[in-house]
Ligand binder design. Structure first.
Ligand code: ZN
Length: 160
């Protein structure tokens, strides 16, 4: 049986501490998990795992953000990403075969120094999952730019 994780984790009881955390803590959880996975699975395995996890989340969320047109859908997605502070989604171009989307002020990499590697595989998968939910088919995603690679922005390429 597939659990509705969004529903489960959305139930928060923190009367004193509330629902927000410093972004540093989110990044620490994220990056420490990622580094450990890289030790265990190697670069490629860790990328696939993070990307697929993001993809699952994107698919689940996509079901809640439905719209008739791709423009309307991306607007809903952008509004959600802004409201939940994941980042500012900027569709650079979305064509028949592929799309290029930027995530400005990315939750994971924005402001990070250049450490010589791209790290937003979860976000890349997330964007792919959102498209999969809309298009009802599997798509390929690649992180093509990342602040952690010194590229000044977080960018995802999606191939339909
Ligand atoms: Zn990023």
């Amino acid at each position: 049986m597939k659990r509705d994780w969004l529903e489960i984790i959305g139930s928060v009881n923190r009367p004193q501490l509330g629902e927000e955390i410093p972004i540093l803590i989110f990044r620490a959880f994220r990056v420490f998990s990622g580094e450990y996975l890289r030790d265990i699975l190697g670069d490629k395995g860790a990328v696939v795992l993070f990307q697929n996890a993001g993809r699952e989340l994107g698919r689940s969320l996509g079901e809640k953000l439905k719209s008739d047109s791709v423009e309307g859908y991306l607007e809903n997605v952008g509004a959600f990403m802004k409201e939940s502070k994941i980042g500012l989604l900027v569709p650079e171009r979305v064509e028949k075969d592929e799309g290029i989307l930027r995530i400005e002020e990315c939750i994971t990499c924005s402001g990070m120094p250049n450490i010589g590697m791209r790290i937003c595989h979860f976000e890349a998968g997330f964007v792919a999952g959102l498209f999969e939910s809309f298009l009802r088919k599997k798509v390929k995603a690649t992180e093509t730019k990342c602040n952690a690679m010194g590229e000044g922005v977080c960018e995802v390429k999606v191939e339909f």
